[in-house]
Design a protein around this ligand. Structure first.
Ligand code: ADP
Ligand code: GN1
Ligand code: MG
Length: 392
């Protein structure tokens, strides 16, 4: 962090209601959207850390609405945790730290918006799932998150990015970028452009099902990639329920549960990172997929409809397709949206997503069959005669 950045950050931190003496601050995390920092304070002899984020205003044009959503969602989840008597609650949900003026955000000298959370200690994130156990845990975390928010009630959450997963809108932006070719990059992405053209038809399955009412609107996270789930470093400390905390709540808003399952499938089922250039490593792993789904459905089977179950397998392919298209569009437009660290980074990411779709296509029958079996098993597990109280 350079000196200018540090003094700007110090000015911001002083506006939050944080006690004690400031010790240091550093950049943190590997998200593609916001700028994340971590600071440490001495509070009467105890060292406490905080997370600070500059909200990306090009992506979130109404940061005040983002924060209103986040306050509601985190309070609601905390209420659920209190009722459940969960241990270690402030490690299971984000805690928003208010400004000295009592707001959930502050604005810096340049007008940028900032927020602060308690830094959740003793957790880590994964960039690739190492085992079916990891996958089951990640799936369960998102199933539980959706379950907690199912009864959030009125008013409807703000749509912080309208049409976020609307494939039809994503395609029209892609075609605009193609037509403009503002960076003269179309020539370098011929195969990827051809893939997107050829597969446009199957891209709109989820959004159409949501629009025609065959699947219900639900509150969902909309950005459930693996590194948005904090995992306890020591799973034993949480007892029967190891700590996990879903972060990056900017896009929590109405959508379909399938957007979240789909993004989990996209990021968890391959052992290759999202920007891996060696495409031979980008393989869909059916065992990881099975464990992920099993974990997710252990929480979500109780509220999912048969129509949602029937689209689970498709959701993984669909969200991977959307991300491939978005990376390609950003590449063609000049890399304005996602953080990039090398030339062609977004094109690499797009190629990677296409490779994953192809790997899913090759295993499609098996994916469908396994999904049907796991859905059926999970449904049976939640039938009344299988509940512990009915058995005892
Ligand atoms: P982005 O929108 O840029 O992806 P995130 O909100 O996901 O930003 O934050 C970036 C990373 O910072 C996360 O992937 C996670 O590793 C870490 N992180 C965010 N909030 C916290 C927190 N309160 N405690 C610990 N780590 C956090
Ligand atoms: C972004 O914020 P981050 O890095 O967790 C993006 C997601 C993409 C993801 C791809 C608000 O997520 O939609 O799936 O990158 N978030 C937003 O890695 O656009
Ligand atoms: Mg993130």
């Amino acid at each position: 962090m350079d000196n200018d950045c540090f003094s700007l950050l110090k000015g911001v931190l002083n506006q939050f209601a944080i006690y004690g003496e400031f010790e240091f601050a550093e950049t943190f995390g590997s998200g593609h959207i916001n700028n994340t920092y971590r600071s440490r304070w001495n509070q009467a002899g105890i060292r406490v850390r905080y997370t600070h984020q500059r909200i990306n205003e090009r992506v979130f044009v109404r940061p005040d609405e983002v924060m209103e959503n986040i306050e509601r969602v985190t309070r609601h989840i905390m209420g659920k945790l209190i009722r459940e008597g969960a241990a270690d609650r402030s490690r299971r949900v984000l805690s928003v730290v208010p400004s000295r003026a009592g707001k959930p955000w502050v604005r810096d000298a340049q007008g940028d918006w900032w927020r602060t959370y308690l830094f959740i200690e003793g957790t880590h994130t994964l960039e690739v799932a190492k085992s079916p156990r990891d996958a089951r845990f990640l799936g369960k975390s998102i199933g539980r998150f959706q379950k907690y928010l199912a009864d959030l009630g009125e008013p409807r959450l703000h749509e912080t990015i309208p049409d976020f997963h609307n494939m039809e809108k994503r395609y029209s932006r892609f075609y605009d970028a193609l037509a403009k070719d503002s960076c003269n990059r179309v020539k370098d992405a011929a195969a990827e452009i051809a893939f997107m053209r050829e597969n446009e038809g199957r891209g709109s399955i989820l959004i159409r099902a949501l629009k025609d009412g065959s699947i219900p609107e639900r509150i969902c996270h909309n950005d459930t990639k693996m590194n948005n789930i904090l995992i306890d470093d020591d799973p034993e400390t949480g007892g029967n329920s190891p700590v996990s905390c879903v972060v990056d709540l900017d896009t929590v808003m109405p959508g379909t549960s399938l957007f979240d399952v789909g993004d989990l499938i996209r990021t968890v089922t391959t052992r290759a990172e999202e920007d891996e250039r060696d495409l031979s490593k980008v393989e869909f792993d059916i065992d990881i997929f099975g464990a992920l789904l099993d974990g997710y459905l252990s929480e979500a089977a109780q509220f999912l409809s048969p129509e949602e179950n029937a689209l689970i397998a498709e959701s993984g392919r669909n969200i991977t397709h959307i991300m491939g298209l978005r990376f390609l569009t950003d590449y063609l437009e000049g890399d304005h949206y996602y953080h990039t660290t090398r030339a062609g980074h977004n094109l690499d990411r797009c190629r990677n997503q296409i490779a994953l779709i192809r790997s899913m296509d090759r295993q499609w029958e098996m994916i469908g069959e396994l999904t049907r079996i796991i859905c059926e098993q999970s449904r049976t597990n939640i039938l009344p005669h299988n509940t512990p109280s009915a058995r005892s």
